[in-house]
Structure formats: C-alpha cells, structure tokens
Design a binder for this molecule. Structure first.
Ligand SMILES: [Zn+2]
Length: 255
C-alpha cells in the first residue's frame, strides 16, 4: 500500500483494493505550494471528508470536476459541497451505520473537533493582524465545521484510522482501541499543547504505528509548523512502544 501525504489532513491511499483520498487541500495560500493538482485525483474512486472547515473542503469542487470519485461527507458539509457545484449524485452522506465503500471496508465514526484554546487564539490573532483575522472570519462563516466524522478502513491487510481533527471525546477514543488499529493517522493542529493531547490519545487508542499529519504550515499566517519531533518525544515518555512514521511533506511511503 502507498500512502501519500498531501499536506494538512490530506492523503491519497493506493492499494490493491483501489485508490481513495481524504480531505485534500491544495490551495495553500502563502504556504509552500502544493505539487498536487486536481488531475492528481483522476484515478481516485472516493474522497472522504472529515469536517467542513476550509482546509478540508475548499478544493473538493474543482477536484470533483477532474475525477469520477464519489464524495463522502457528513450532513451539512455535503450539502455545502453541492451548493458549491459538486453534482448531487456524486455526494454521499458519510453515515455511521453502514459500510461506506466496500472494497476498503470503510466505516465512519462520530467524532469531534479539537477545542481551540485561548492562548492559541490570541497568538493566532497576533500573527494574522486585523486584515488577516477578517479573512479568517470570512472563511469560518463560509466553511462551517458541521458534523465531524472519523474514518476506519482496511487496505493491504492493515487496519487504518484517520482523524481529521484531534477529538476531545475520551469515549470515542476508547471505541477506536477495540478496532486494534495498525496505523493511526494523527492530526497535530488546533491546540497549544497538541503534542501532549495527541500522545494521550495514542495511549488510549493503542495503535501499532502512529503517522502524524496536519502539522505543516498549511496556510500561514493562520497556521504554523508543529513539531512532530516533540510529539515523538511525548509518545516515548508516555510509554508508547509502537513505531512512529513521519511522511515528509508531499511525499509518500510504502506500508
Ligand atoms: Zn477544522
């Protein structure tokens, strides 16, 4: 199986089961330009969306124009994608009850979004200035979070869990432990102490391998680089015995 990190929470998964993608975000503003284009998804069969924020959905209408991929998104986010031009028969509600995409045994779980903490909000306001803050408020209004879904799937005989944002629900995390996850795609963004929070989550989920994402500077000055190295240290200190795999930005690994 090949796993490509698109930056932010975006991934393309290629395996003998087929090709799928998660939360592709290519328009990185003043961030390092993405080498990926909507054409990079021409063989993608399905795109799964974690939640509605702009850094998870902004590029999906244009990508949809370049692929036959089905788009699985939770409730309101799917409705907004239709309003932004994705044809209705391509958009599917990512419900929790049924298998969404059989070849990958894809299931959605009710998840939640990390709570932005006050020090993070204040430091972001300071970085962005008045004009930047107004721009961000506009993005917030146009791209509401909506329901948050996580995704569990199987590919190449491995069990994989994707979260689009670090949850704040311990009960949800305990549910993932029962799945006996091989690879946990762990989001590192949205909180001053995100590495501590994410390490705590790993200690509950107990995956064999942790792969961080969303820690790149995907849309400066709103975003900033988050150290995956610090996360790795926190994992070691918390007693995590599994492997830590950091995919370089825009690169892929074979699993
Ligand atoms: Zn978000």
């Amino acid at each position: 199986m090949e796993l490509t990190w698109l930056g932010t929470a975006g991934f393309i998964v290629k395996s003998k089961e087929g090709e799928i993608a998660f939360d592709p975000f290519l328009s990185r503003g003043q961030g390092e330009a993405s080498p990926f284009t909507p054409k990079s998804f021409e063989n993608t069969q399905a795109i799964f969306v974690g939640h509605g924020h702009f850094d998870h959905t902004f590029d999906i209408p244009e990508i949809a124009n370049n692929t036959e991929a089905k788009i699985y998104a939770p409730g309101l986010t799917g409705q907004l994608l239709k309003m932004r031009g994705v044809s209705g028969n391509r958009v599917h509600h990512a419900g929790n009850k049924e298998t969404l995409f059989k070849d990958f045994k894809m299931r959605a779980f009710k998840s939640s979004h990390v709570n932005f903490d006050m020090p993070l909000i204040l430091s972001t306001i300071k970085r962005c200035g008045v004009r930047g803050c107004m721009h961000i408020c506009g993005l917030g209004v146009s791209y509401p979070q909506g329901m948050v879904q996580s995704y569990y799937f199987e590919a190449g005989g491995k069990k994989i869990l994707f979260l689009s944002s670090a949850t704040n629900d311990i009960g949800e995390l305990k549910q993932y432990r029962d799945l006996e996850v091989d690879y946990y795609l762990a989001p590192l963004q949205g909180h001053t102490n995100i590495q501590d929070l994410a390490a705590k989550h790993v200690s509950i989920i107990k995956p064999k391998v942790v792969i961080p994402h969303h820690h790149d500077n995907f849309y400066p000055p709103l975003s900033q680089d988050i150290s995956a190295e610090v996360f790795k240290e926190k994992l070691t200190r918390s007693g995590f015995k599994g492997d830590f795999l950091e995919i370089p930005l825009f690169k892929n690994i074979q699993l």
